[in-house]
Design a protein around this ligand. Structure first.
Ligand code: MEV
Length: 324
């Protein structure tokens, strides 16, 4: 699962999973632990040589799409034209890691065509591309897209699988055993900007009670990590609620998210928003056997729900018949 991306020849296809943050979004940007899993919703890219550079037929994409531009600049420095097609099951701007999955899949395909790349280097590169495009943020989303499975960033014991270095701090990533749980994620339909939510929370944490709040985020994520490791659903459910309360306090909940949390409650053990918030999605730990009821409740409340598990594999090259 930590194998390198091997060398390949264009055309090449790669796919990467989205992510779902269980505990610690926003606080991770400020050094707190984050528990995240790669979700079994993927983005796939197909890259082939072409007469002009394009993304899904858009020849202006290097101007219009900062993720595409940053990935090409970092991984394809000679700029020879490529046709890139991307298809995704991950809703965009929904807090489920669509940009990290796109960046990791595209970087894997491009670096494969340039001789291959080790997974730790790809984690660093994907973070740098996302950071260039977004201007802010942690290495959590790209770590999940590259690593797959359950992971903790900035926490846990034992050897790190890699360390990603940012301009102000570093993020160590460690594996956590997958408890094998089914989750439900639900997109509110309200797109949000990660960068503006991160900036707003950063400003909020600079107020006098900021250090105390950050300590509470850290405590919840550390306890959440232990509860996941012990497969203790009841504690996880309680800690999801405590984490949601903290996210409300720093201002990234939203009336639509609160309405979805309320709709989910009768079929849920616990729930919170996931990702940057201010719109985006919620994550629900369903009462066992009530997954379908939960999806119906969330659909009636206007959300787009997915029943998900962890994707054990991170980004990988794939066979794509359309490429041959
Ligand atoms: C976004 O998916 C998660 C945030 O913590 C930002 C980041 O870690 O880059 C809000």
């Amino acid at each position: 699962m930590n194998d390198a991306i091997p060398p390949g020849t264009l055309p090449l296809s790669a796919r990467a999973p989205g992510k779902c943050i269980v505990f610690g979004e926003h606080a991770v940007v400020h050094g707190a632990p984050e528990v995240v899993f790669a979700v079994d919703l993927h983005t796939q890219v197909l890259v082939r040589p072409a007469a002009a550079m394009s993304l899904n037929g858009d020849r202006e994409a290097t101007d219009r799409n900062p993720y595409f531009r940053a990935a090409v600049e970092r991984c394809w420095p000679d700029g020879s034209p490529l046709e890139v097609r991307a298809v995704s099951r991950i809703p965009r701007a929904a807090g489920l890691g669509s940009s990290a999955a796109f960046v990791a899949a595209l970087a894997a395909a491009l670096r494969s065509a340039r001789g291959g790349v080790g997974r730790a280097e790809l984690a660093q590169l994907s973070y740098e591309i996302e950071r260039t495009a977004q201007g802010v943020g942690s290495a959590g989303d790209t770590t999940a897209a590259v690593g797959g499975g359950y992971l903790v960033v900035n926490g846990g014991d034992g050897p790190a699988i890699w360390t990603v270095n940012g301009p102000e701090q570093r993020w160590e990533a460690r594996r956590i055993a997958d408890p094998g749980w089914v989750w439900v994620v639900c997109f509110s339909g309200i797109p949000r900007s990660t960068a503006s939510a991160v900036r707003a929370v950063t400003a909020r944490l600079e107020r006098p009670d900021g250090p105390r709040l950050l300590d509470e985020f850290k405590g919840v994520a550390a306890a959440g990590l232990r509860a996941i490791e012990q497969e203790d659903r009841r504690s996880v459910a309680e800690l999801l609620s405590r984490n949601q309360e903290l996210l409300r306090t720093v201002g990234v909940s939203h009336p639509r998210l609160e309405a979805l949390l309320e709709a989910a409650a009768p079929a849920a053990e616990g729930a919170k928003l996931t990702g940057a918030g201010a719109g985006g999605s919620i994550l629900v730990l369903p009462q066992p056997g009530k997954e379908a009821e939960l999806v119906r409740r969330l659909a009636r409340a206007g959300g787009l729900a997915y029943v998900v598990r962890a994707a054990p594999e991170g980004v990988a090259l794939v066979e794509d018949r359309a490429s041959s």
